[in-house]
Design a protein around this ligand. Structure first.
Ligand code: ARG
Length: 459
């Protein structure tokens, strides 16, 4: 008998209904978490004298053989079973007989699936965090090597002021660091064990919920059994945090696509992370970065889907909640593979430092510094801004950079200009004088790099 609930029924389930209702095709990936929870539940039942110690031992041993057989490929998921819970329980009974029929004492699939999903999400958060940590290491390495790699910073995608590659990548370091913090705070909030909530109203058996919570690595049991079986907030929070992380990946990917374009030429993606065209022999396309950007849709989709599924569900468990799985699994898999792939893409790409510096030198990225120079010579900033604007217009007409003007030309706009203007607006000065905390000047960035290193090494 593949079903857990035949007793009350007089007819077989319609085949299409069975297919529609079954979740084994996708919740089979929860087998390890399901068995982990059942092992602890059985141990607790034994400890509390609800079943005998021998029965508990038999159950635990039987569950161990099921896990080992699944992992060795000796046991496969047959479509006869409704879900992972039925699959494991039926196989247990088949293997150990009557003792197996006692495993589900004081438990419902409602608290069981609530536990399985929580354990799964917790495991996945740890894995995602490790990937993010590795990616941060890659970003930090590039920052350290490029404290004096000058490039234009942009606003409105127009050249604005010069920065460094270290500074630009430092911004992404902060984003992915916050993503890790978000994951960690979700772990704190979801640190409660739903097992023992029963179907919705707890149970009459003397369960030791503190024991199961501790054994399964939770801080404490959930406080309300109805909430215990119907809370999926932590999953929504995870999908929200993953959506934000994915948004960061997508922005980063978008920039690398731009930088890799024939117009920018700031970077060259490695051949191993690029693809060709079937018709245009010259093409080397940034498909990996584009896919990272493109996959953002499915991650946001999963968040929207679960928010919508949950919004009208009366307490407590309803079958709608089975829909929490497929798209969440997909979103988690997607973000993890995106981080891994994009980490490799960034790690292997080549930076064209000469092109970056040349780009920073034209486009008037030092115009603010010309105005600041005049302020230093006693001109009020608003007037200095106006004079510099007129100088820029003059340069545009002449098709030259501010640095190319002669001192006489400078003086014809304002007599305060002296020979020291050239040094004051050189690319190096413009960057290195920006020393406020968080600014691109290398002395300032060195501190940021040290702080980032301490953070990554857990100091
Ligand atoms: N497959 C179900 C799910 O994923 C397990 C819980 C079933 N509980 C029930 N009362 N039908 O939600």
């Amino acid at each position: 008998m593949a079903q857990l609930w035949g007793g009350r029924f007089t007819k077989e389930t319609d085949e299409l209904v069975k297919q529609f209702n079954d979740s084994l095709p996708f919740d089979k990936r929860l087998y390890e978490q399901d068995i982990r929870g059942s092992v602890v539940h059985a141990a607790m039942l034994g400890k509390q004298g609800i079943i005998t110690d021998e029965e508990a031992e038999k159950i635990i041993e039987g569950l161990g053989t099921i896990k080992a057989d699944l992992e060795a490929g000796r046991l496969t998921f047959s479509s006869a079973y409704e879900d992972i819970h039925s699959f494991v329980e039926a196989h247990l009974i088949e293997r150990i007989g009557d003792a197996g029929k006692k495993l589900h004492t004081g438990r419902s699939r409602n608290d069981q699936v609530a536990l399985d999903m929580k354990l799964y999400v917790r495991d996945e958060i740890h894995e995602t965090d490790a990937l993010l940590k590795h990616f941060l290491g890659t970003i930090l390495k590039i920052m350290k090597e490029n404290l004096e790699t000058y490039m234009p910073g942009f606003t409105h995608l127009q050249k604005a002021q010069p920065v460094t590659l270290a500074h630009h990548f430092g911004a992404y370091f902060e984003m992915f660091r916050r993503d890790r913090e978000r994951l960690s705070s979700i772990l704190d909030r979801m640190d409660t064990c739903p097992l023992g909530s029963g179907a919705l109203a707890g149970t009459t058996y003397p369960l030791d919920r503190d024991f199961t919570a501790k054994e399964l690595g939770f801080n404490r049991p959930t406080r309300n059994s109805m909430d215990g079986v119907s809370d999926r907030d932590y999953l929504i929070e995870l999908l929200s945090a993953l959506s934000i992380c994915q948004m960061h990946l997508s922005r980063f990917a978008e920039e690398m696509i731009l930088w890799n374009s024939n117009e920018y030429r700031f970077v060259e993606l490695d051949d191993a992370y690029s693809t060709g065209s079937s018709i245009m022999p010259q093409k080397k396309n940034p498909d990996i970065a584009e896919l990272v950007r493109g996959k953002t849709g499915r991650v946001y989709g999963a968040l929207t889907a679960i928010l919508t599924t949950m919004k009208g569900i009366p307490l407590a468990y309803n079958k709608d909640m089975q829909e929490d799985k497929e798209m969440s699994f997909d979103a988690i898999d997607t973000v993890k593979s995106n981080i891994r792939l994009f980490d490799g893409c960034v790690e292997t790409m080549r930076f064209r430092k000469d092109v970056m510096a040349a780009s920073a030198r034209n486009g008037f990225t030092n115009a603010t510094d010309v105005a600041d120079y005049l302020v230093g010579k006693g001109i009020p900033f608003r007037d200095a801004h106006g004079i510099t604007g007129a100088l820029v217009l003059h340069c545009i007409e002449k098709d030259c950079a501010l640095d190319d003007l002669s001192l006489e030309e400078f003086k014809s706009f304002c007599d305060r200009f002296e020979e020291d203007i050239y040094d004051a607006i050189s690319l190096k000065t413009c960057v290195e004088k920006r020393l406020t905390a968080g600014a691109p000047g290398s002395a300032s960035m060195k501190k940021a790099v040290e702080e980032a290193e301490a953070y990554l090494s857990g100091r």
